[in-house]
Design a protein around this ligand. Structure first.
Ligand code: AHR
Length: 283
């Protein structure tokens, strides 16, 4: 499995789910972490090809730049399963994509925010890793919805690379530049929202009250922030893909027909029942 890194709470849960499921099933797993670098991830795929594994799972860090190495895997007779993130390659270069509908997550974030602010907001956006499938689609889906609300304006948008530290840094800069003009934050993931919450508090404003915040993932940290009244909603993106991943891997190796996209099931969560739901959450 060529994992892209360990940039967020989500990713850590995703890796854990893959490793734990492999252990439970007694599958021999070669796991490589690309530390958020595409060249390292390409190198990882090449290593797995040389090792003649049966199937390669990968969460591609960005959408483009995969065709050559996927062709090498195909030539070696090793099927590729895209897990969590899509890659922009012809369909014959991968067996299936297991993961979320990132476009719909972006739309849901737009719907939730529009309701929260009654269609009136000056929004700053914390974008995920530039060129990644979730950042591209969450950017697009959100705009599809808010274009219907003339009172909702995105005043700035910048990448926080899906990390808490960058989310905070970018929010610090936004606050320096726009101050109290900002009334809402749309963060492409919870980690960046949690970073933004710190920045807003340091600036002397109340996150979730003075500035409404909507993010994506539904991680533990987000639930805790909702319970504390600092985050207004989180749209779920499910990282627990291990069981479905190995189920698909087995089918692919056995030559069974699998759908080209296996979507994960996801919801939306709000502060009102966050305390009740949190103990049952696995990530
Ligand atoms: O690809 C899924 C995204 O990647 C998650 O939303 C984010 O937290 C992670 O880093």
């Amino acid at each position: 499995f060529a994992q892209l890194g360990a940039e967020s709470e989500w990713r850590v849960a995703n890796t854990k789910s893959i490793k734990e499921t492999a252990d439970q099933l007694g599958v021999e797993l070669r796991f490589l972490d690309a530390q958020q670098k595409q060249d390292k991830q390409i190198e990882a795929v090449r290593k797995l090809i040389i090792q003649k594994v049966d199937v390669i799972g990968i969460s591609p860090i960005v959408e483009t730049g995969w065709e050559e190495v996927f062709r090498e895997a195909k030539a070696a007779g090793i099927p590729i399963i895209l897990s969590d993130r899509r890659a922009a390659v012809p369909e014959d270069l991968y067996a299936t994509y297991l993961g979320s509908d990132f476009l719909e997550e972006g739309r849901n974030a737009g719907r939730v925010l529009a309701k929260l602010v009654n269609g009136e907001a000056k929004i700053v956006e914390l974008v995920g890793t530039v060129g990644s499938a979730p950042a591209n689609d969450r950017f697009k889906g959100f705009r599809e919805i808010i274009k219907n609300y003339p009172g909702m304006k995105i005043i700035d948008s910048e990448s926080g690379d899906f990390t808490r530290a960058r989310g905070k840094e970018v929010m610090d800069t936004f606050l320096k530049q726009y101050g109290k003009t900002i009334t809402a934050v749309y963060a492409h993931n919870d980690d960046m929202a949690l970073g933004a919450i710190q920045a807003i508090e340091n600036y002397g404003l109340k996150p979730g009250v003075d500035i409404k915040i909507v993010s994506i993932d539904a991680s533990h940290g987000a639930f805790e922030a909702m319970i504390a009244g600092k985050l207004n909603a989180t749209v779920e993106c499910n990282p627990l893909l291990g069981p479905q991943f190995f189920d698909l891997a087995l089918k692919v190796v056995n030559g069974d027909i699998v759908p080209k996209w296996v979507p994960s099931r996801e919801g939306i969560f709000y502060p009102d029942n966050a305390a009740e739901i949190l103990p049952g959450r696995k990530y």
